[in-house]
Every structure is written in C-alpha cells, then in structure tokens.
Design a protein around this ligand. Structure first.
Ligand SMILES: [Zn+2]
Length: 139
C-alpha cells in the first residue's frame, strides 16, 4: 500500500492508499477523475552529510589514546563518508596534494596540478595576469 496525494479535475485534494505505483487512480468522491500530486517536501529528519574529513582527529589525544570504541566509531563514520563522497564527489572537496602552504601560499595553498606561474602571480600580486612583453618590443 502506497499513499498518494490526489487532485481531481474539480480541484479537490485527498490522499488514497494504492496497492502499487501502477494502480489506477481512484475517482474523487465527487465523481471527477483524478491525477497524482507530487508529495510535499518533508523537512523532518533532513539528511546530514555527517562529519567531514577535516573533523577527523589527527592526534593520539584526539582518539582518546587509541580507545577501541573511539577508533571504531571514527572508522565507521569515515567509511560512511567515503561512500558518500564516492557517490557525490562534490562533497569531497579538493583532495589534491598540497605542494606548498607557506610564505606566499599561506592563504591559498599550491596544489598538485596547479599551474605554477599563475599560482605564484596570484599569491604574490593578487591576480593571475602575467605581464607579457608588448608586441614588436625591443629585443
Ligand atoms: Zn472532486
């Protein structure tokens, strides 16, 4: 039994339980034909992406000195997160290795695959524009 919201051609709305999604819609009590209405979005129990990789503890103290329950809990949570990121890569963020994060790269780390010259120009001057010699300039 699946509950559907139905609306008749006269505008009456009601809910009816149908044996399957392929079952014919019942007529409205007023006698008019009906069509299915998309169910309202329910906010109860909204989906959560869970904790991110950045929240994962990186210290011995963070996992309570290796307490088995804490380690198991984090392992379970990060396994779930990994599956979620496989399904929705946009949640994974930029996972490329960081090559430089000090000096000019402090605010915006240089990652593997970044073009070096524009990255340095942007970190240094705040723009990725590189000055090119004017055409026909002196040699
Ligand atoms: Zn009706």
């Amino acid at each position: 039994m699946i509950l559907y919201d139905l609306r008749c051609t006269a505008g009456h709305r009601f809910e009816a339980g149908l044996p399957s999604m392929f079952a014919d819609n019942p007529d409205c009590p007023c006698g008019a034909g009906t069509s299915r209405v998309p169910a309202a979005v329910r906010q109860l129990g909204a989906a959560s992406a869970g904790r991110s990789r950045e929240e994962m503890p990186t210290t011995w103290r963070g996992i309570s000195g290796g307490h088995p329950d804490v380690v198991r809990g984090w392992h379970r949570e990060m396994t779930r997160r990994e599956k979620l990121e496989e399904k929705h890569p946009e949640l994974a963020g930029d996972r490329r290795p960081v090559l430089a994060h000090e000096g000019v790269f402090e605010g915006r780390p240089l990652r593997s695959g970044d073009a070096l010259v524009p990255a340095v120009a942007k970190a240094t001057f705040g723009t990725s524009e590189t000055t090119r010699p004017a055409a026909g300039g002196a040699r």
